[in-house]
Design a binder for this molecule. Sequence first.
Ligand code: CU
Length: 153
Amino acid sequence: MTRRTTSLSAVALAAALALAGCSSGDGPADGKPALKVSGAFMPQPVMDMAGGFLTITNDGAAADRLTSVTSPISDDVTIHETKDQKMREVKFFDIPANGKLSLARGGNHIMFMELKKKPKQGEKVSVELHFEKSDPIKVDLPVEAAHHNPQQD
Ligand code: CU
């Protein structure tokens, strides 16, 4: 936990430095997070559990946190990090100011347990992301092939 906090601070610091070097003046100066979600998907589940992946970009001058996720498909949705190939529930994920939070295969993810139904490739699963500061954001996760991984290159 301590190590994770340290490395996240380093990322936040790097983002702050990058921001300092770019003062075009058109950014929001009121210190609010400005979140956008991209690249969302759910690999087609093979059992009654599933993972969810997406990227949250923060173009605002304030950090935020992803604190929980809800979905009609499961009453047991949590957020997990992966450390040493083991996943562990966390209370929140940091979204740095002028930075991003990536939930990707092999790393941080949304975990859906006890699925009420198993969605098939081509369907969509709606989720609502809850944040410490920002209003909730609704996202449809397209269901992709079980081994879909856009990160591979
Ligand atoms: Cu998990």
